[in-house]
Design a protein around this ligand. Structure first.
Ligand code: SAM
Length: 208
């Protein structure tokens, strides 16, 4: 296992929660998370663009994380790490206001009503993101699933997250440059099948 992959253990909660930048990355740079990162195309892709930020890709699937970690290792991207946890425990691993930005990239849309609680933008997850994100921190969502996109917008609005940008077709929108041309594995597959890429950006409104 590469040393840029962190498994969820009690020691790791204690070692890194609230101090990822200083303890893991050995700097004081902002922290950006990619949730449901799979092979971490965003974590590695953004890390190539922003050498002065730290990136942590989070997923439960170890084989996917390992593939992303290998790319980071081969390219010597020392400001990228991968954390293997269930998202339900994200606030056990990050301190309050520790995170500057969150990207949720092509999360499982979970269309069945009974799976609503598993959608990564349901109110339970949003409350956890609100806690670990700084006031004014940005949540980005990219998805090809329009029903999931509408659900997410509804939940964000309900939970008082101002939506700053929203488009059902990112590539044809004025915000196309804002994703730096980074495409994930699922993005490529679904775009080839004819789905348009939906994108939104919301702000973490809370007291400083
Ligand atoms: C559809 S894949 C997208 C992967 C990648 N972001 C992409 O666009 O290619 C969704 C990913 O979210 C992860 N995931 C879904 N629910 C999760 C949860 N509750 N905790 C951790 N990972 C989760 C899955 O393991 C999977 O790798």
């Amino acid at each position: 296992m590469l040393d840029n992959v962190i498994q969820s253990t009690k020691e790791n909660f204690e070692a890194y929660k609230g101090c990822w930048a200083t303890q893991h990355f050995k700097n004081s740079n902002p922290i950006v998370l990619e949730l449901g990162c799979g092979r971490g195309e965003y974590s590695n892709g953004l890390a190539r663009v922003f050498p002065d930020k730290n990136f942590i890709g989070i997923d439960i699937k170890g084989d996917r994380l390992a593939a992303g970690a290998l790319v980071a290792h081969q390219e010597d991207l020392k400001h990228v790490a991968f954390l293997r946890i269930m998202m339900q425990f994200i606030d056990d691993h990050f301190g309050e206001n520790e995170v500057d930005e969150i990207w949720i990239t092509f999360p499982d849309p979970r269309p069945k009503d009974r799976d609503e609680k598993k959608r990564l933008t349901n109110p339970t997850f949003l409350a956890k993101y609100r806690k670990i994100l700084k006031p004014g921190g940005i949540l980005h969502l990219k998805t090809d699933a329009s029903a999931f996109f509408d659900f997410s917008k509804e939940m964000l609005t309900m939970q008082d997250w101002p939506i700053l940008v929203s488009t059902p077709d990112l590539y044809k929108s004025e915000w196309n440059g804002d994703h730096f041309g980074i495409k994930t594995r699922f993005e490529t597959i679904f775009h080839k099948k004819g789905f348009s890429i939906h994108y939104l950006r919301a702000e973490n409104k809370k007291e400083a």
